[in-house]
Design a protein around this ligand. Structure first.
Ligand SMILES: Cc1ncc(COP(=O)(O)O)c(C=O)c1O
Length: 361
């Protein structure tokens, strides 16, 4: 069933021999003069890290720790954020100027951006009303494409794609294209992960990140979870040193038992704040809809004539305007911060809402 995966890979990539970095070549010895590094650090204030030396070429300890966390037997590689995973997957499995990917708009903009930057065609199978997947359309478009990008939970709509729909897409594409499920927000809806399906569907690839629930956006750590058939080719193009040592240390700590407990605690708190905030928003006259969220943000639709983005911006609160998306007119995406910050948002919007009522009466 996975034979077609090799056929997706452009000839130029197939022929590539992975870049032979000094760390990949390895070897043994006493005096290391093979990588044009400085032999001794200039600044000696990171005694526990050899900052003058290149890091590991594929940090196995991180991959193993993440494998344990996801309870997967699939292959795992760490990369510099989920964004790098998206770019790497597209470059590995699509030929510029020839191949296509499928997206389901409105969704995370990087799939389209990375594809277009490589002259790879983007075919859209837009989400239906209520932001549900149009499974038949996705499968139809996938017949002409090398990869399908599904985002679950989806940014910016906040909803999870039901497992049954993802399985239907996997069934419909099992001889034709890869299905990449971006699970950047999965910690906010843990039961919804599809990583366990990789064994059954080797053309499924899962992308993860530590930038969201783990609170490590600055560290730049993401993961690709995939079958050996996929990873064989990803490993050809992966950058020579995909993870800085300083990041690796922090990542390993966050994936320890204690680190994971902390993430769970913070996630539970955030979910409680999000659900309270959503209820408060829904009470406001200026709000027409608060969409259910399985993430750390909420998508909100304002009543006609109300520009929520501007109202908050004028009070120093920066959110994400969604009006560039045809399906998200009047919508704004608000990240869930501390309870104090969310109270401030509610105060600003309540005051504005009351002023509007006075003006109308
Ligand atoms: C759905 C989705 N995927 C990937 C990313 C990028 O994550 P990273 O910071 O790991 O590059 C984001 C960031 O907002 C996202 O929303």
């Amino acid at each position: 069933m996975s034979e077609f995966i090799a056929e997706l890979v452009p000839q130029a990539v197939k022929k590539l021999i992975p870049y032979q970095s000094a760390r990949r070549i390895g070897g043994s010895g006493r005096v290391w003069l093979n990588a044009n590094e400085l032999e001794h650090p200039v600044q000696n204030d990171s005694a526990d890290m050899e900052l003058n030396r290149y890091p590991d070429f594929l940090p196995q300890d991180i991959a193993k720790a993440y494998q344990r966390y996801t309870r997967t037997s699939a292959d795992v590689v760490a990369v510099r954020g989920a964004d790098e995973a998206i770019d790497l997957l597209i470059r590995t499995f699509c030929q510029p100027g020839k191949d296509s990917i499928v997206i389901c708009s409105p969704t995370y903009a990087m799939y389209e951006f990375c594809a277009e930057s490589l002259a790879i065609e983007v075919r859209d199978a837009p989400l239906k009303a209520c932001f549900n997947l149009d499974v038949d359309k996705v499968v139809e478009e996938a017949k002409h494409a090398n990869m399908v990008f599904l985002c679950s939970p989806n940014n910016p709509t906040g909803n999870v794609i039901p497992r049954g729909d993802i399985i239907s897409v996997l069934e419909g594409t099992k001889h034709s294209s890869l299905v990449v499920v971006d699970e950047a927000y999965i910690e906010f809806e843990l039961g919804a992960s599809t990583a366990d399906l990789i064994e059954q569907f080797p053309h499924l690839v899962v992308i993860r990140t530590l930038s969201k629930a783990f609170g490590l956006a600055a560290v730049r750590c993401g993961f690709i979870v995939a079958s050996g058939a996929v990873m064989e080719y990803v490993n050809k193009l992966i950058p020579p040193y995909p993870m800085p040592d300083c990041s690796s240390k922090i990542v390993l700590k966050s994936l320890s038992e204690k680190g994971l407990e902390q993430v769970k605690h913070v996630t539970d708190e955030l979910i409680a704040t999000r659900d309270w905030f959503s209820l408060e928003l829904a009470k406001l006259d200026i709000v027409s809809e608060v969409y259910p969220s399985s993430t750390n943000f909420v998508l909100v639709k304002a009543r006609a004539g109300v520009d929520l983005f501007d109202v908050m911006k004028n009070k120093g609160i920066v959110t994400r305007n969604q009006t560039h998306e045809p399906a998200l007119q009047q919508c704004v995406r608000i990240t869930i911060g501390s309870k104090a910050s969310m109270l401030e948002v509610i105060d600003v919007l309540t005051t504005y809402s009351e002023e509007q009522c006075v003006e109308l009466s």
